[in-house]
Each structure stands twice: as structure tokens, then as C-alpha cells.
Design a protein around this ligand. Structure first.
Ligand SMILES: C[S@@+](CC[C@H](N)C(=O)[O-])C[C@H]1O[C@@H](n2cnc3c(N)ncnc32)[C@H](O)[C@@H]1O
Length: 276
């Protein structure tokens, strides 16, 4: 049976975005791409996906708007607090033994995950010896992340997460009210290097001891998931750690036997030693 017209339009849009802007969504899970493109079409007031493609091809501003639908830039401080609790419990004792650390938060969105990581590392006395990279393909999200300003009314929920994640202080120690929001402390902002990096098209850029990539691989098809996991494996130093969070797993991936499990529920893994 031939594909529905909307599916053909979708594939053409994805191809056009790739050719025009270099953003490669060709190996994203199709059903959720379709849902998000249809939502964008509706909200952006285009008569069809083809009409949306016409606009996006000719107007980078329209592409920037479409990108916000395609990339799902949503996050929270200490999202899924048990993940951070597991990092404190299982990873920190080992990370503490390293003289210097590089940590990579891949798919960092608007920055909540790397800021949470920076707070945790600070509390564990590790931030000063850590280079923390946070990467994403969404420029607008990265810009917001760099500014480090979050909605004040989100702070109550973030504080709850922080406490459930093993935070011992007041979360308000880490921000001040400024610019109509909560501005994260300069020391935390300065500790994070935000950068544009695509798990679909870019290569490894650093050797790291811990990679955290949560709520990103769910949007990819299996070959692209394997590509991303390949990058993480290549980036991780001997016996480095990988965290995927509750929604993703290494099971059934091409890298399943390259890692051992550190915490099953939180999908924390450790790179196995290379065979001799
Ligand atoms: C739902 S957010 C997850 C944010 C954060 N990791 C968390 O768990 O709260 C997914 C992020 O993945 C990013 N993303 C999507 N495709 C990507 C790719 N190919 N390379 C890097 N980041 C990507 C999106 O731009 C978006 O900001």
C-alpha cells in the first residue's frame, strides 16, 4: 500500500530541513515526529505540511519556530530525583577518586539537567575539578540555558525535586531573584560549557568520565540510538559511567554488552574494560 499523503509530506519536510539547515531528523521515530509536525502545522497556521515546508525553506525564522516543536525542549531541575540520588550513591564514591573529571550532559535542553548536575557536584566537593559540558541542537534552548534564568514559580517544584534528590540545603542558596526570574549563581553558570552538538551528525569532542543523556534517545529510531550510544561509548574513558534515566535502556542496543549495570531502575551503567 502506498503511504498516506501526509506521510509523504512529512518525509519531504524532514528532507528539506536537512538540505536547507543541516538538522538531521531523518532517523527520528516517525510516529512522534508526525505528531509534533502536525501540532506545529496547526499552531503555526499552515494549511498543510507542504505549506509549512514552503515557509520553512524560505524563512529561517519559521524554521526556528518549527524547531521548537521538533525538539521538545522541556526539562526540570532534578527531574526524576531518584536518578540524582543514585548518582550520589553509586557514582560519586568512584568519581571522588579521580583527580579531574569531565562530565557531558547530552540533550541538555534549557539547562535544568546540567545545573542540577553542577549543584550535586558542588555539594559533593567535585565541581572545582570538573569540566561540565552541556550540549543540544536547539539554539534557543541553549541560549536560555546560558543565561541561567528560570521561572520563579517553578522553584517550588524544583526545590521539592532537589530535596528528594538528596539535597541537604535550601535550593534557594543557588539562585537569586533577578530579571524577573531565578538567576542561577554565577559559579554554577561559569562551571558549565554549553555547546551546539548533534548526536545525529557530530563526532565525539572530548574524553569524559560520565555521560548523562536522558529523555533524548526516546525520540530516535534504533540505528540513531545506536549512533548516539556509540558516541557515548567512544567518549567515555576506561570504566566511565553512562546515565540514561528511567525512560531509556541499553537493552537490545548494539552496546548492551559493552556496559555493566550500576543501577537498573535509573539506567546507570559503567563501561566494561576493553577485551585484551
Ligand atoms: C525532552 S528534552 C530533555 C532535556 C533533559 N535531558 C531532561 O531530561 O530533562 C530533549 C532534548 O534533546 C534535544 N535533542 C534532540 N535531538 C538531538 C540531537 N540530535 N542531538 C542533541 N540533542 C538533541 C532536544 O533539542 C531537547 O532539548
Amino acid at each position: 500500500m502506498s503511504p498516506a499523503v501526509a506521510d509523504i509530506e512529512l518525509r519531504l519536510l524532514i528532507e528539506a530541513v536537512y538540505l536547507r539547515y543541516g538538522h538531521d531528523f531523518r532517523d527520528y521515530a516517525l510516529a512522534s515526529m508526525k505528531r509534533r509536525v502536525l501540532q506545529a502545522q496547526l499552531r503555526m497556521g499552515a494549511a498543510s505540511i507542504t505549506a509549512l515546508q514552503e515557509r520553512v525553506l524560505h524563512d529561517p525564522g519559521q524554521f526556528a519556530e518549527l524547531l521548537q516543536y521538533l525538539t521538545v525542549p522541556v526539562s526540570e531541575m532534578f527531574r526524576d530525583p531518584a536518578y540524582f540520588l543514585a548518582i550520589r550513591r553509586h557514582l560519586v564514591p568512584v568519581l571522588r577518586t579521580y583527580p579531574s573529571l569531565k562530565v557531558w550532559v547530552a540533550g541538555c535542553s534549557t539547562g535544568e539537567e546540567p545545573y542540577s548536575m553542577a549543584v550535586l557536584l558542588h555539594e559533593e566537593g567535585l565541581l572545582e575539578r570538573t569540566i561540565l559540558y552541556a550540549t543540544d541542537i536547539n539554539h534557543a534552548a541553549l541560549e536560555k540555558a546560558r543565561k541561567g534564568i528560570f521561572a520563579l514559580d517553578a522553584m517550588q517544584g524544583f526545590t521539592r525535586n532537589y530535596q528528594q534528590a538528596g539535597g541537604q540545603r535550601s535550593f534557594s542558596d543557588y539562585y537569586t531573584a533577578a530579571y524577573g526570574g531565578a538567576l542561577m549563581d554565577k559559579a554554577l553558570r561559569d562551571a558549565i560549557t554549553f555547546a551546539d552538538h548533534s548526536l545525529a551528525t557530530d563526532a565525539v569532542f572530548a574524553e569524559t568520565q560520565f555521560v548523562s543523556c536522558r529523555n533524548v534517545l526516546i525520540y530516535f529510531n534504533r540505528p540513531l540510538q545506536d549512533r548516539a550510544l556509540g558516541l557515548f561509548h567512544e567518549s567515555l574513558s576506561h570504566r566511565g559511567f553512562l546515565g540514561l534515566g528511567t525512560k531509556e535502556t541499553l537493552d537490545f542496543s548494539a552496546y548492551a554488552d559493552r556496559f555493566e549495570t550500576v543501577s537498573r531502575p535509573e539506567r546507570l551503567y559503567r563501561r566494561r574494560a576493553d577485551p585484551r
